[in-house]
Write a protein that binds this ligand. Structure first.
Ligand code: SF4
Length: 217
């Protein structure tokens, strides 16, 4: 057997072994990487058109090894001005969700988005923008090591689960992203717009988060 092929085959077997034992992405992070390094790269990033219209990029904010990493789709106007994720009305509402399951933004969470710059007029991020930005998120997850990911809204949940289902059909079960368990739910801004339809399912999802955390102390 050609040595290159042999080595590739052996690497494949090693990787399969790593995946089965501990999770592919976690084992193959770059040990020289850091959140500061990622933030600096994001600040200078021009990998997609969103850099042209951003005021501030929004890399994400929170603690390492959090109970939950919350991931939305993209910064909005308040976030674009401040550089901090989920600070507008939807963010304040999400803080109340977290309060309800005894989680504190400053101690228990890391909050971010799949794209780090605001799409103009808050449109959905385009697939090529998500593709350009996703490497930052994956590196962040490897460093942050949350116990659980809570994806909020259709765009983030579809991207992280790889599904094309609407959020109403996606939610209600557990997935995995980068080796981390993931629960999808509605976006807080969607719930603010339509509380009668979405408050109850969100509460069910938050109870699932709480149950998972209590079982994985
Ligand atoms: S959205 Fe992401 S990929 Fe696009 S410019 Fe901002 S940091 Fe770079």
């Amino acid at each position: 057997m050609n040595n290159g092929i042999h080595n590739s085959f052996k690497e494949l077997l090693d990787l399969a072994g790593d995946y089965l034992s501990e999770g592919f992405k976690r084992n193959h992070s770059d040990e020289s990487d850091s959140l500061t390094k990622i933030e600096e790269e994001i600040e200078g990033c021009k990998k997609c058109r969103l850099y042209e219209t951003r005021t501030k990029c929004v890399p994400g904010k929170g603690v390492l090894n959090p109970e939950v990493m919350i991931i939305g789709e993209a910064p909005g106007a308040d976030e674009d001005r401040s550089g901090i994720p989920f600070v507008g009305r939807a963010g304040q509402y999400m803080d109340k969700w977290m309060d309800a399951i005894n989680l504190d933004r400053d101690k228990d969470l890391y909050i971010g988005n799949i794209v780090k710059c605001r799409p103009p007029q808050n449109r959905d991020p385009f697939p090529d923008e998500i593709e350009a930005c996703k490497g930052y998120l994956e590196r962040q997850i490897q460093l942050i090591k949350p116990k659980l990911i809570l994806s909020v809204g259709r765009i983030a949940s579809q991207f992280l689960t790889g599904s094309t289902l609407g959020i109403g059909r996606l939610r209600g079960r557990m997935y995995e992203y980068c080796g981390i368990p993931l629960i999808p739910t509605y976006h807080p801004s969607g719930v603010l717009r339509n509380p009668d339809s979405y408050r109850k399912p969100v509460w069910e999802d938050l109870k699932a988060v709480k149950k998972f955390l209590s079982e994985n102390r």
